[in-house]
Design a protein around this ligand. Structure first.
Ligand code: AHR
Length: 491
């Protein structure tokens, strides 16, 4: 039997809600069709934003949304996306399918979306093809309430009050699609651009995020922390789970157990990646003031056959839910350094929460994985130790059960346990130290590795109540089925 030692009386630090953040880019059908349908649409909407999607996302308490990219951010000129829609400039979305971007979704629409979702805004500015002035004016437009040209312009466009802008990114993937810069060059650019990301209202702090590394590029982190660390609040990190080669990534739906385990092994590398980047950050920032912002992560497969290759549309199965659960547990356990994470992307792109087809909408297994983790938001991480035997696979040993645990303000302990094995149920004895167990509840998400929701069977995968446990004064014993995520609440 596996064993989990849970120290309910040893809080280790805040799990910021932003760890469960999302990312939405002007890419494929993420914004247009997925989130925004326009006021004239027959799809029920408020100010052009579809309400089925808003309602579904509110249920998983989206804390923060990143926009407008991604690669798109470094070719986005914000002034093209304000003012009367008829006069907004059209542009080519060169990164994503070469389609026409009509700029009907711009700053006002994004802020309205955040209002409807009840989430924080995280905007990524253009360093690659934009100027310092352009970035500076955007921040002024959004956040100033003084007398100034940009404040007046915002008012003319119908918005009197400034918006809250809690998070601002200075460029995206500046080592690649954002300008192919060297770390030394970008560090200088970051220092210059961020100087003019002004703090117009001191009570509304803007948390500034520098473009960080991807994957295993530890040199980027080293240079950025050394040369610009003191000017940033956060440093981004991108790591995608690609089962095979970038040229032939593998199918989202049609995969073998071998593919599944390869995907799990690759996604678990997030642990090593965060640990090693954090160790470099520790040398320059031992107080852990600067957050690691994992603002792009998730699975990336070959696009669904028959869809535009530039739109990155893929289905989503229980494999994706397990990937989500494993990563969310990793982020929780690293909450001293990981301040935010944004899965790519919220709708119709890569590892999405929601898929739409015209007026129809389905929630994916990843959506339900996020639902099971909501209870951790803003809790204190708890010290926990899982003693779980490895799971043997043809691809090598996989760690057994993976967990994270937290303490909510009302005294409830939340535990999320992931069993990534496909053919082995586990029984785990959970010793709860420092708390008398009075009541236990839970939910589970489980299924075969390729179970998924489709427009014909929208409810094939969903969370359900979990009761397969026996409680005692000092803890409980729980059965964790294969390919599952269990969320326990211990009162
Ligand atoms: O999420 C899709 C793309 O992946 C983003 O635009 C880019 O930042 C990354 O390479």
């Amino acid at each position: 039997m596996d064993r989990l030692i849970l120290h309910a009386d040893l809080p280790k630090g805040r799990i910021r809600k932003g760890i469960q953040g999302q990312f939405s880019e002007h890419l494929g059908r993420c914004i247009y069709g997925g989130l925004y349908v326009g006021e004239q649409s027959e799809i029920p909407n408020v100010n052009g934003i579809r309400q089925d999607v808003v309602q579904a996302l509110r249920e998983i308490r989206i804390p923060v949304l990143r926009w407008p990219g991604g690669c798109f951010a470094d070719e986005y000129h914000w002034k093209d996306g304000i003012g009367p829609k008829e006069t907004r400039k059209k542009m080519i979305n060169t990164h994503w399918g070469g389609v026409t971007e009509d700029n009907s979704f711009g700053t006002h629409e994004f802020m309205e979306l955040c209002r409807q979702l009840g989430c924080d805004a995280y905007i990524c500015g253009n360093v690659g093809s934009g100027t310092v002035q352009e970035m500076s004016e955007w921040v002024e437009y959004m956040t100033s309430d003084a007398i100034s040209p940009m404040t007046e312009l915002r008012k003319q466009n119908g918005r009197q009050e400034p918006w809250r802008l809690p998070f601002f990114g200075v460029g995206n993937e500046s080592w690649g699609c954002g300008g192919n810069m060297t770390p030394e060059y970008y560090a200088n650019e970051y220092r210059r651009y961020q100087t003019f990301v002004r703090q117009y209202r001191p009570e509304e702090k803007i948390y500034k995020i520098a473009c960080g590394p991807s994957d295993f590029n530890y040199e980027w982190t080293e240079v950025l922390m050394r040369n610009a660390g003191r000017y940033m609040d956060g440093l981004s990190l991108h790591y995608y789970t690609v089962p095979h080669e970038w040229s032939k990534k593998g199918s989202a739906l049609d995969f073998t157990a071998e593919d599944y385990y390869t995907t799990i092994q690759k996604t678990l590398r997030m642990e090593e990646i965060i640990t090693r980047h954090s160790a470099i950050m520790d040398q320059y920032d031992p107080e852990k003031r600067v957050g690691l912002i994992v603002d792009e992560w998730g699975t990336w497969y070959d696009v669904e056959e028959g869809t535009n290759p530039g739109f990155l549309y893929q289905q989503n199965t229980m494999r994706d839910a397990i990937v989500a659960g494993l990563n969310l547990n990793i982020f929780n356990r690293h909450c001293d350094r990981v301040h935010m994470a944004n899965i790519a992307q919220m709708i119709n792109v890569l590892q999405a929460m929601i898929l739409t087809e015209g007026p129809a909408m389905i929630k994916t297994p990843s959506y339900y994985a996020f639902k099971l983790f909501c209870g951790h938001q803003e809790n204190q991480l708890l010290e926990s130790h899982m003693l779980s035997l490895p799971h043997h696979t043809a691809q090598g040993d996989l760690p057994g059960l993976q967990e994270s645990a937290s303490l909510a303000a009302d005294g409830t302990v939340h535990v999320t346990i992931v069993n990534p094995a496909l053919d082995e149920a586990r029984e785990v004895k959970i010793d709860v130290l420092g708390k008398a167990v009075q009541a236990v509840g839970g939910e589970i998400l489980t299924g075969a590795m390729d179970d998924h929701n489709s427009f014909d069977r929208p409810d094939a995968v969903a969370d359900r109540p979990y009761t397969d446990f026996a409680t005692a004064q000092d803890g409980l014993t729980a059965k964790i089925p294969p390919c599952s995520i269990v969320h326990l609440t211990i009162r």
